[in-house]
Design a binder for this molecule. Structure first.
Ligand code: ZN
Length: 341
């Protein structure tokens, strides 16, 4: 450098002054020391789509790496999750038969009820969460009973949601997760569980679930696409954030033990708002099928570094305020945070 340049740098030095945040980013160990948010395998929940039959493994084309599995595969799956340090699963069931009332949703030998028994036998310490909704069980694919005009009936649906929750709690589900955005669902499920002597079963409410276009691949996986209409009469408008606080407050009042925001990455402001307003309750975020499919498709094309992107997105969800994340990336992410490839 010439003398002229040196004097120029001396003049510029004053701008950085005493405050140099880069000092703490200088080495990997320093960065580890001051890291604010960590991602661990036990922050992750792995979802399963359980189907009837034996030896079934149906790959889901729009969700590479994810499959529908039959109940007999779950013991091995539970061992794999255990070896990865993942401690919780969320179960969705695809019944053998669908009807207008979704009767198999609360059948004692229904596919989810069987899955709960198998998982709890194989791995008693595994936390089993179950989705509580009607859309996978009804022939019309809606989240509740319908009136003659095809509208989802609210209060009539509550009775069935209570029955589903009890039928999951009895074989050993730890947490039931109502996902239908039916008004009063948390209170109705709490009283049904308590009446059945299932006070130990916790409720994770999908308190803030948006009518999102990112659920497309899930509907292939869960075979629960509505046969007509959509879910905008009960799921939230993606444009609304303040309304999320109202939804969350109602569920807290009705006895929710934990809250969830769904989807995750497009709604991190909502995650942060709910976390700030209800810091006393654990908060989950659902990193949904469409979020998963976008990353997988880009990675398959060589457009993104899958490992780096997944860990960045999941860390971002945690940083926004989610205590745990439901994600189809759970197995890969657990391997990666432990340094595996
Ligand atoms: Zn539903």
């Amino acid at each position: 450098m010439t003398d002229v340049a040196d004097s120029r740098i001396d003049a510029l030095r004053a701008h950085a002054g005493a405050h140099r945040p880069r000092r703490l980013r200088r080495t990997p160990s320093l960065r580890d020391l001051v890291r604010e948010t960590r991602l661990a395998p036990d922050d992750l929940v792995f979802p399963f789509f359980v189907v009837p039959g034996e030896g079934v493994r149906n790959a889901i084309p729009s969700m590479p790496g994810i499959a529908q599995v039959s109940v007999d595969a779950l013991a091995a799956e539970a061992r794999e999750l255990g070896s990865l340090g993942i401690k919780a699963v969320l179960l969705f069931g695809i019944p053998s038969a669908k009807d207008a009332l979704g009767l198999e949703s609360f059948a004692e030998d229904g596919v989810v009820q069987q899955a709960i028994r198998v998982l709890k036998d194989a791995s008693p310490e595994l936390v089993v969460l179950t989705d509580v909704c009607l859309c996978e069980y009804t022939d019309h694919g809606h989240c509740g009973l319908l009136d003659a005009e095809g509208e989802v009936l609210n209060d009539e649906t509550l009775e069935i949601l209570g029955r589903i929750a009890v039928s999951h709690g009895e074989p050993g589900a730890d947490v039931v997760a109502p996902s239908g955005m039916i008004d009063g669902m948390v209170g109705a499920i709490r009283s049904a569980l308590d009446d059945a002597g299932l006070e130990r079963v916790a409720i994770l409410s999908y308190a803030v679930k948006y009518a999102s276009a990112l659920y497309g691949p899930f509907r292939d996986a869960a075979e629960g696409a509505p046969q007509f209409g959509d879910r905008r009469s009960h799921q939230m408008d993606p444009a609304n954030a303040r309304e999320a606080l109202r939804e969350a407050a109602l569920d807290v009042e009705q006895g929710a033990d934990a809250l969830m925001v769904k989807p995750a990455t497009g709604y991190l402001d909502v995650v942060a708002h709910v976390h700030e307003r209800f810091p006393e309750l654990p908060l989950a975020a659902y990193n949904v099928s469409g979020e998963y499919a976008m990353v997988k498709a880009a990675a398959a094309n060589g457009w993104l570094d899958e490992r780096a992107v997944v860990l960045e997105l999941l860390t971002g969800i945690r940083r926004a305020g989610a205590d745990f994340v439901v994600t189809y990336h759970a197995k890969d992410a657990a391997r990666w945070v432990q340094g595996g490839s």
